[in-house]
Design a protein around this ligand. Structure first.
Ligand code: FES
Ligand SMILES: [Fe+2]
Length: 333
């Protein structure tokens, strides 16, 4: 997988890592074991044990007197420290590193990596700003989907699929792209989406609906290829819905969403759980469609409002270079 090398990827939020609990992540065709020790240090090594190939992520952590922990292999219990060294039963001296550590960039609760590739894009500061100003609600929609990263990104920047993929959820009647600002690998889309009002039954079934007004005004801020932010404002709350995309292998991609809010009313606190559930359903619906498309189909029909997808395709083809055309022009309101 040489496409998209050099982009930063957010592989986890700290809350996804229970202390001393190994977790597997896949990125650009490689598997790693990720773990956080009780002091909050986060480590990552290649996941294949150098003895006989067992997945270290299936093992456990062993806490040491200094608070660091090792990861123990589930097969024969060899323990590896954060540098990938182990102690063989026959000796007291640690071996040289037998497992390549994955370089991580930890910014507060955010675990970023370039997957061992030379950085071509810098990590934007916006997540740190959001984390310092907004209340963290939680992680949701964490799913590994059997689809390639381009198909995933096209879906996530497709402003027309609400009526198909998400038809029962939002009841959106129309999508208008009011403005699209193309700044190369960064862009803004301003959408206006009139929707049918939910019935009382809908609200009882999903009180998260209360947070959704008659016209969904959405401001999407896109960071190609790794992140898409939805900035939403209403009477109850200001919401930051932060989507992260990861190419796990050529045919498998992961998405997860970090939710932040600023409450303008005490009611906002009552619907936090529902908001997480709502977004989980949204991602589930996307995953269902993405698992059922033929990715190599030639597109022979073009709809309005495909500017987000045009932006994805152009950037995917030229990454990390920024190529023309500037897609803002045709969309300035
Ligand atoms: S396979 Fe890991 S210790 Fe043997
Ligand atoms: Fe979707």
């Amino acid at each position: 997988m040489n496409q998209l090398q050099g982009a930063p990827w957010l592989v986890a939020h700290r809350s996804m890592l229970k202390p001393n609990q190994p977790m597997r992540i896949s990125l650009l065709g490689n598997d790693y074991v990720l773990w956080q020790d009780s002091q909050g240090a986060i480590n990552a090594l290649s996941n294949a044990c150098p003895h006989m190939g067992a997945m270290l992520s299936e093992g456990w952590c062993v806490e040491k007197p200094d608070g660091n922990s090792t990861v123990a292999c589930p097969f024969h219990a060899l323990e590896f420290d954060r540098a990938g060294c182990t102690l063989l039963p026959s000796s007291n001296k640690p071996t040289k590193s037998l497992l390549q550590p994955l370089e991580l960039i930890i910014q507060g609760d955010f675990v970023w990596t370039y997957g061992g590739h030379e950085p071509k894009l810098s990590i934007p500061g916006i997540m740190n700003e959001i984390a310092s100003e907004y209340e963290f609600i939680g992680v949701t929609g964490n799913r590994s989907i059997p689809t390639d990263i381009l198909s995933l990104l096209l879906n996530m920047h497709d402003y027309n699929h609400q009526n198909g993929t998400h038809r029962e959820l939002f009841e959106i009647e129309e999508v208008q792209v009011k403005q699209f600002i193309d700044e190369g690998l960064h862009s803004h889309a301003y959408l206006s989406q009139p929707r049918k009002q939910p019935t009382l039954r809908d609200i009882l079934r999903n009180p998260g609906q209360l947070a959704m007004p008659q016209v969904l005004e959405a401001h999407l801020e896109n960071f190609f290829p790794f992140m898409g932010l939805l900035h939403a404002e209403n009477k109850l709350l200001s919401l930051k819905e932060c989507h992260f995309y990861l190419p796990e292998t050529e045919h498998q991609s992961r998405v997860f969403v970090l939710m932040y809010m600023k409450a303008h009313s005490p009611i906002a606190h009552l619907i936090k759980g529902n908001l997480l559930k709502l977004i989980d359903i949204v991602v589930e619906q996307d995953a269902k469609v993405l698992g059922k498309i033929y990715p190599d189909t030639e597109q022979r029909i073009k709809l309005n409002n495909e500017v987000g997808m045009d932006w994805v395709r152009r950037n995917f083809a030229s990454f990390p270079a920024i190529a023309e055309p500037n897609l803002s022009r045709q969309w300035v309101a």
